[in-house]
Design a binder for this molecule. Structure first.
Ligand SMILES: Nc1ncnc2c1ncn2[C@@H]1O[C@H](COP(=O)(O)OP(=O)(O)OP(=O)(O)O)[C@@H](O)[C@H]1O
Ligand SMILES: [Mg+2]
Length: 235
């Protein structure tokens, strides 16, 4: 069964293209059949792909609101379809929400960024209500500052949405932008780097989320000292 993952957030620069290209590339490295769909008319994922010397994985541009129908026609050839979302909340996003099995929402750990995705969360919840809890949806923190922890205040703002948050996220690291400029990812530069580990953790959590319909157990985290969460996010 093809799994369709849509990376959405109408907030510009929240990390959609970085997350979707990295997830797609990691799945591809794991020998999965992956199609990366660029649903953004800006064409960033297509530019990323064009900057690579050889073909790392298949990328197509589908930037019409007929995305859900267009995907039906191509999806049988793939194990995974990863959609890089556009920075608007228009018909495109609605079409992506309709077609996706999982929505991942990258957010930077700032209250403004978190508040800015309330319309998206409303749309997802409205769809879940009529479509038997489909798509699954979760937040992924992007661009955490190294050696900091997600503060309780930020966590509380996120918790208001009542959507799960992945334990793994991305830390602010130049390798994400640098590798992208040549159509690559951290895993292509150094598979043992901290950034590569972050991406692998996200993909591992994604698979767990799909299989178990829940995220890794947050109960096990000691919120008082934050020690465990720090280990997980910054390892
Ligand atoms: N973890 C990270 N560390 C360093 N830079 C990052 C990280 N994540 C994203 N960036 C950089 O932040 C910028 C915005 O990220 P990205 O393009 O992924 O966001 P986006 O949500 O796709 O933006 P848009 O809404 O314009 O499509 C890019 O220059 C990207 O290289
Ligand atoms: Mg983008």
């Amino acid at each position: 069964m093809t799994k369709i993952i849509a990376v959405l957030n109408q907030k510009g620069g929240s990390g959609k293209t970085t997350l979707s290209t990295n997830i797609a590339r990691q799945l591809h490295l794991e020998k999965e059949r992956v199609l990366l769909v660029d649903s953004d008319p800006q064409g960033s994922a297509r530019d990323w792909h064009a900057a690579a010397d050889g073909e790392l994985l298949k990328v197509v541009g589908l930037d019409r609101p007929t995305l859900d129908k267009d995907l039906e026609a191509v999806k049988s050839g793939y194990d995974w379809i990863v959609i890089d979302g556009a920075p608007q909340l228009q018909k495109m996003a609605i079409s992506a929400i309709k077609s996706a099995d999982v929505i991942l929402i990258p957010i930077q750990p700032s209250p403004y960024d978190i508040w800015a995705c309330s319309d998206l969360v409303d749309l997802i919840k409205a769809r879940q209500e009529v479509a038997d809890e489909r798509p699954q949806a979760a937040f992924i923190i992007s661009r955490m500052i190294k050696n900091t922890i997600l503060s309780r205040e930020i966590r509380e703002v996120i918790e208001e949405y009542q959507l799960p948050v992945f334990l793994g996220g991305t830390v602010q690291r130049v390798v994400y932008a640098n590798s992208a400029s040549s159509g690559k990812t951290p895993m292509d530069i150094d598979p043992d780097s901290e950034a590569s580990k972050e991406v692998r953790q996200i993909v591992e959590e994604l698979k767990y989320f799909i299989a178990e319909k829940e995220v890794f157990n947050h109960e096990s985290i000691d919120y008082k000292t934050n020690r465990k969460e720090e280990d997980i996010i910054l390892r």
